[in-house]
Structures are given as C-alpha cells and as structure tokens.
Design a protein around this ligand. Structure first.
Ligand SMILES: [Zn+2]
Ligand SMILES: [Zn+2]
Length: 172
C-alpha cells in the first residue's frame, strides 16, 4: 500500500484517481458502491446481532471476500465470544479486526507517522489473558473463514450516533 498521496489506477475499475495517501485504494465511484454494500452488511448485523461471513453473504448478496475485507479494514470486528479470530500479519497473535495488533501497529506507526493505527485491532481479552493457545488452526483456509463471526464495530456506532436515529442498534 502506498503511504503517500499520488495518482493511482483503481484496482477494481482501472480508472486513474488521486489517492489521498491513506485508506483503501480505489476511486470514488468504487468507494461509493463499496459503502453502499457495507451499509447493507451493517444493517444486517444490527438487526441480527452476530453472524458469520457466510450467513451475511447469503443474506445481503455481498461476497464473502468483501465481508472479510471489511474485517481487515477494521470496519467490522469479531466479538469477544468467538472461538476464532484473525491474526496480526506481523506477529501472528489473535486480533478481532484490522491487520495488526496494537503493539505492532504502534511500532510500525512510529516509523511511518501513524499510518498503521487505523488498521490496528483489539486482541480478544479472554484468550490473551489465559494461555493464548486455546485454539485453532493458524493456516488460512476458507472453511475456517466461513465460521468467523462478525459484529459491527462499537466505534462505528458511536461515530454514527448523530446520523443514526435507529435506537435498536444499541441493544447488545
Ligand atoms: Zn474504481
Ligand atoms: Zn502483532
């Protein structure tokens, strides 16, 4: 991922666009479509609480691949109660969203001026305070990913409080 503003070709539609230096790399119309799909996923999760990527995909028509990407983009997170998590791409420890654990993200950020903190996910408290070894398969296989449970990020809910007049969202 480039870490500075530049003109990029959108990897999805091929159009050239001005990349601002952070965030997902795609042009504004792909981003808009992406946001629309994400809203569908978020709505489904707000209505159903938790669901696996497979269930979300079947209910919303958004591909599982994209749903898993929302997880690594820290737009969704895995609830504490999940037996399966995703891993920090640097040290391999369990995290609930993003690409890096907070330790690795802050280490990378001090080198690159904060660029990685937006991709930091919390570690699951329950497992990391115990052995940290209760589970499961470190290899990436698609069956395992189908079983990953997701929920909307709490931070997102707070951020959208003003816009969202739907009070049902807060019943966790
Ligand atoms: Zn595009
Ligand atoms: Zn790490």
């Amino acid at each position: 991922m480039p870490d500075r503003a530049s003109v990029q070709a959108c990897p999805r539609c091929g159009r050239m666009f001005q990349y601002p230096g952070f965030g997902p790399i795609c042009c504004s119309s792909c981003k808009e479509f992406d946001n629309m799909e994400f809203e569908k996923v978020k709505k489904y999760l707000n209505e159903h609480g938790y669901a696996t990527s497979l269930e979300i995909a079947e209910a919303t028509g958004v591909t599982e691949k994209k749903i898993l990407r929302y997880l690594t983009e820290s737009r969704l997170e895995i609830p504490e109660s999940s037996p399966i998590f995703i891993q920090c791409t640097v040290c391999g420890c369990d995290i609930r969203s993003g690409k890096y654990c907070t330790e690795c993200a802050s280490r990378l950020s001090s080198e690159l001026q904060g660029a990685y903190m937006s991709l930091a996910g919390e570690k699951p408290k329950f497992f990391s305070q115990n052995t940290g070894k209760m589970h499961v398969i470190k290899t990436r296989d698609s069956k395992r990913e189908e079983r990953i449970t997701m929920s909307p990020r709490k931070k997102d809910k707070d951020k959208n409080k003003d816009k969202d007049k739907n009070k049902d969202i807060d019943k966790e």
